[in-house]
Every structure is written in C-alpha cells, then in structure tokens.
Design a binder for this molecule. Structure first.
Ligand code: GAF
Length: 388
C-alpha cells in the first residue's frame, strides 16, 4: 500500500511525499457511551489509511483517492461542506483554521484497507491521518487529544455526525497490544495490556450492511439521551449527562420518561456499568465474564438502543453458539458494519468457515472476516525528502 501510494504520488505530483499511517479502531465494549460522557474500551488496529502528502505552495488542497480513483480539490479560502470522502479532509482543514492555525495548500494521495462503512471508523482514520500530516508539515505543535477534538468537530460540522470522541481518540492514541479505557468526561485514559490476545484473536465479521451514520438514526439517539437528561434533571439537578446516573436511578424514574427515551437511558447507564466491570475482568484475566458482558452489550444495543439490524443480530446470536468464542457483539455506531468476536486462536479458521457458511445460507452473501491485531495510533512513517 505504501509503495503504491508513493508511486502514485510521484506520478501525480512529481515530488517526494511524507507518509502517514492512520489506523481504524475496534471497541471491545462501551458503545454509544462516548457522547454521554461515559466510558469506552477501544484500540487502534492493523487496518489503516495511508497518506502520501506534501505542501504545494498554493492555496489549493488536491487529493487523489486510490481506493476509488477519484480526484478532488478545494480552496483554503472558501471551505464549504460537501462531497464524499473529501468532506472529511475539508472538515479537518476548516477546524484547524478555526483554531487560528495557518493551513497551507497540499497535494495528497490516500489509500488504505479499512473497509468503508464497516464500523472500523475509516472516517476517523482519514481525519487523524491528515491531522498528523499537517501537524508535522506545518509544525502546529498540536497535542494528540487536540487533534482528536479537531477530528470530532470536523465530523460534526462537515458530514454532520454528532459523534463522540472515541474514534478520533483511539486513532490517535493507540499502542501496540494495549486497549484503552477512556473516560469521555475527563478525557483521562489508562492503557491495559490485552492479555487475552495470547490465546484469543479479535475477529471482525462484516454484516455486509453498509452503515452511514449521517443518514442513520445516530443523531436521533444522541438527542433522545439529551432529552432523558433534561427530564431527569428535575429529580437530579446536578447532572450534566447520563454519565452521572446509575441504571437503578433511571429505573426509579421510568414513568417520567417517554418509553423510547427510557430505553435509551437504560441502555447507556447499563453499558457504562458494564465497561467498569469489563475492565475489572480484563485486569483479572477473566475472559468468560468479560465475554458475557459483550453479549449483554449486544442485547442492549439491539433491544433497548435499537441500533442493530437482522444481520448483526444473526451474527451475534450465531457466535454465542460456538465454544471457541468467548464473547461477541455488534461494534461501532451500528445499523450495519461488523461484529467483534473474541475467538480462540487455533479455531479462527473453523469459526470463519462456519460463520461464512451460515450467513451465506441465510442472507445469500459471504461475509468478509478480518482477523485483527492491536497496533499503534496514527503516525508519520517516512519523513519528507527534500524536493530536487
Ligand atoms: C460511532 C461514533 F463515531 C463514535 O463516537 C461512537 O459514538 C460510536 O459510533 C458508538 O459507540 O463510531
């Protein structure tokens, strides 16, 4: 991928590029909790976006996407939302400008192997990669959390997804073989070695249903949570988010909440409680208990939060019947994308064959399966070589 990006870059722009690698992410547990100021347990993975990029001494940003052969440009002087993948680049540049940073024109080639719309956050990888590249080329001295915030705001203001900070955070803070517990309120985080990884692999099974958060109900879920907080503030005046409440407290005021809002609040508060328990199990290497929490998370996402779909439910239910699987659930925003499965290393092939066969029989399509590993966050790989 890297040599292809360099070759294409030289062909298109006739100079040497800086190379940046920017990973996708998994999330073990803690879904739809980030924008409720709760807890998440993500990690950066081996699937990535690659940028070959250099400044161009103009006011124009030119990008060539190798994954679909499209070229797109925009002027630094008048950045407006719009376009497909280029919208994410525009969003990052715009948000850097909003911080008072003087972005300069650039040329870039983008490639990668993160499946789009599969819930591994290719969008955060595109945002994070550009953030790292521009920070390096223009010496912005932005910290990693600031870059994550730039990416999150880019997502809010350009594609229009009111996402939390998990994806951008994971993309920029990943460390090899370690998962991260992020408190999305204080933004404090702790790294945990992923001990299970010696005997278990993280296997993603793609439902082949492409999600699009912007056109989905993602923003509706966020609004429903906010509505819940607003109503419950009457009884708990100090709360600023669902993070401040336990599931028992939500339960207590069930009849004050519209039924859907109650279900959403119940899910989020339960999920936060699950993440805390999951971390304790992770530290004690209690895989079985950890896996059970993953199944419970899926159940909540499907029944209470209603962000699953028949294909994801099928995959999670099927995984539950397998003795080589410790835990499984849908991952990411939902409405499609992948399930995340913890599968015994020596039985990954058997698991893959079984899942693919069963899914094909049911839905007439073979699901893609990705055996992932936990890797570093977005980084510069190769420094710029002086232009001859
Ligand atoms: C998407 C969002 F971008 C994240 O912020 C997070 O809310 C996730 O869905 C659900 O946990 O990936």
């Amino acid at each position: 991928m890297i040599s292809q990006a360099i070759e294409q870059f030289k062909k298109q722009f006739h100079k040497e590029p800086l190379i940046v690698s920017s990973p996708g992410r998994i999330n073990l547990i803690g879904e739809h909790t980030d924008y409720n100021e709760g807890f998440v347990l993500p990690a950066a993975i081996d699937k990535k976006i690659i940028y070959a990029i250099a400044l161009n001494d103009t006011d124009t940003c030119n990008a060539y996407a190798l994954f679909n052969g499209e070229k797109a440009s925009f002027s630094l002087k008048d950045i407006k939302p719009g376009g497909g993948w280029i919208n994410y680049l525009k969003g990052v540049v715009y948000q850097l400008q909003q911080r008072g940073l003087e972005v300069k024109g650039f040329d870039c080639v983008i490639t990668g192997d993160i499946p789009i719309g599969a819930g591994m956050s290719s969008s955060a990888a595109v945002e994070g990669g550009l953030n790292v590249a521009l920070n390096h080329l223009l010496d912005f001295k932005l910290g990693r959390m600031d870059m994550a915030k730039v990416g999150q705001l880019a997502e809010h203001t350009f594609p229009g997804v009111k996402c939390g900070i998990m994806d951008q955070f994971a993309n920029l803070h990943g460390q090899k073989d370690r998962v991260m517990l992020l408190d999305c309120r204080s933004l404090e985080f702790t790294y945990f070695p992923f001990e299970f990884s010696k005997e278990y692999k993280i296997v993603l099974v793609n439902s082949m249903v492409h999600h699009s958060l912007a056109s989905s109900e993602y923003n509706v879920r966020r609004a429903q949570c906010e509505e819940g907080v607003k109503i419950l503030r009457e009884f708990f005046p100090d709360i600023s988010s669902l993070r401040n409440l336990t599931s028992a407290q939500v339960e207590q005021y069930k009849d004050k909440l519209p039924p859907k809002v109650y279900d959403r609040c119940r899910y989020v508060t339960q999920e936060n409680e699950r993440v805390e328990k999951a971390c304790a199990h992770l530290q004690r290497n209690e895989l079985k208990e950890f896996g059970e929490l993953m199944y419970a998370s899926h159940e909540g996402l499907s029944k209470l939060y209603e962000v699953s779909c028949p294909e994801l439910d099928f995959l999670a239910d099927l995984a539950k019947t397998r003795s080589e699987v410790a835990g499984a659930r849908m991952m990411g925003g939902g409405f499609g994308g992948c399930t995340i499965n913890l599968v015994q290393t020596e039985r990954v092939e058997e698991f893959t064959a079984f899942m693919q066969e069963q899914f094909q029989q049911h839905f007439g399509i073979i699901p893609e399966v990705y055996v992932t590993s936990i890797q570093e966050g977005a980084n510069v790989l190769q420094p710029t070589v002086a232009i001859a």
